[in-house]
Design a protein around this ligand. Sequence first.
Ligand SMILES: C[S@@+](CC[C@H](N)C(=O)[O-])C[C@H]1O[C@@H](n2cnc3c(N)ncnc32)[C@H](O)[C@@H]1O
Length: 391
Amino acid sequence: MTLLNRSHLFLRSCGSLSLGSTIYKARLTTFEAGDFCILRHMKSSRKYFIGPLEQEGMRNLKGGSIAHSQLLGAPVRSIVKTNNDSTGYMAHFPTLEEYILNVPRACTPIYPKDASTIVQLLDAAPGHRILEAGTGNGSLTLHLARAVAGGGHVDTVDLRESHSKTAQKHIERFERGKYQSLVSFWVGKLSDVLSTSPHMIQQPPSSSMLEAESSSSSTEANTTSTTLSPPEELYDGVALDMPTPSEELSTVLPFLRNDRFIVCYLPNMTQVLDLMQTIRTLPLFMEDCLEVEWKEWDIRPTIIRSAATTTTRSTTDPADTTTIDSTDNMCNNDDNHSTTTPKAASTTTTTTKQAPVGTNAWVCRPKNFDVKGHTAFLVKLRKCSPASTTS
Ligand SMILES: C[S@@+](CC[C@H](N)C(=O)[O-])C[C@H]1O[C@@H](n2cnc3c(N)ncnc32)[C@H](O)[C@@H]1O
């Protein structure tokens, strides 16, 4: 019995493939119920993530509490004050980065530095159709949807329904569901979903939601099939973030356009080597294997006290560092990512070994994990089937 059979396959489709121009025109100017907000302390610049806003909601902060109602109807950059602190906080809409790092988690997301690099490595552009697995927390899904907006679409697949639902909620809530219509969510093992329902992937329904909640058999899942023929080379790019992408490559490959890319997110070198071994027998060429590191610089005015000495302040002084308060995070890691939140940057990380039990292997990764330091290797594979001849 396949995993697909045991769980169930469902598709939540969310609108047509084309993106109306209204999506671009919708500007977030004042806070409404359901929005998220970043409150930045006017003196320390410390940021707090609040939301979704609701009429009766309250948030405790250093110096008292803020009622959500103070924000509802308030324009962006309004200054709100707690009951005991006269300094105040400035209200901003969260960026995609801030949103991803602060929403509750079903599993560890791909952090923004990697997600935006994956978008670049895939060469994703407006109008593209992208396949993603696993959906996880929906971090990469949101980055991909934003990149293809303007006629494009993302099909995202996850083995676990609970992860898929969490991701769906995050996408619904980000910027009032701006990218919701661009994503179809699938539950099941990637290769099962592709092999049992290619027709559905080829043409997601344009109505609000279609659920093929089968009880269980792939036959039943297939009852939602249409007369469309199986797709060939449907996708402009494929992003794989799962412990064993090698197992899925041969099924995924026919769905990818020739000369386009699969990008795999692999936390450790053991996984990279496993992938390299697998592609030896496939029409795939590894173009890049990279890790993304960010270096933040501390730039601020200071006072030169004498010609010989300059006053500098350590960037590691916690009091001087602008941080996002991520106490709202519920990090429950059961995936192939590391096990830390942005605040716990120095926590030792663990890695997943992909080899069978008992096989000797090496885990190679820095001990001190930081979401801006080593998170994973990004492996870019190009499909290199022979060119088809034209008459
Ligand atoms: C690390 S999480 C993905 C995080 C996600 N990329 C994000 O940015 O939030 C890995 C996910 O892959 C899913 N998964 C593992 N193997 C899979 C497979 N063969 N097919 C589909 N999903 C799979 C897991 O259920 C898990 O949710």
